[in-house]
Design a protein. Structure first.
Length: 107
C-alpha cells in the first residue's frame, strides 16, 4: 500500500492534480479541524457508502484521518474493493498541521 507524505500531498494540491481527499474521521473530530476540499465519510460508514465515491475507482484517492492509522485501514478496504490509486496520508491531519498548515488545531 502506498503512503503519501503531507509535503507531497501539498504539492499535489498546489499543482491542481485531480484527486479525492477522503476524510474518515468522526464528525466531532471534523468539527475541530479539517483540510479544505475533503469528502467526509467516517471509517465505519465507508462500506455502506462506497457508491458515493464510485466515480473515483480509477482516479487518485487520498485517505486521511487524525494520525494515519484509520485511513490506512480504509485504504486497504478500498483497494480490496476495486479502487486502483489509493494513498494513505502519512501522519494524517496532525502531520498536515505540523508541516503544512499551522492553523490546524491539534487534538
Amino acid at each position: 500500500m502506498e503512503e503519501l507524505s503531507v509535503l507531497d500531498y501539498k504539492s499535489m494540491r498546489d499543482n491542481g492534480d485531480e484527486h479525492l481527499l477522503l476524510d474518515v474521521r468522526e464528525a466531532n473530530e471534523l468539527a475541530i479541524c479539517a483540510i479544505d476540499g475533503h469528502v467526509h465519510i467516517p471509517m465505519n460508514d465507508v462500506p455502506a457508502r462506497l457508491d458515493e465515491i464510485a466515480e473515483w475507482k480509477e482516479k487518485i484517492v487520498v485517505c486521511q484521518c487524525r494520525s494515519g492509522k484509520r485511513s490506512q485501514s480504509v485504504q486497504a478496504f478500498l483497494l480490496q474493493n476495486g479502487f486502483t490509486k489509493v494513498f494513505n496520508l502519512t501522519g494524517g491531519i496532525l502531520a498536515w498541521g505540523q508541516e503544512v498548515d499551522n492553523s490546524i488545531t491539534p487534538y
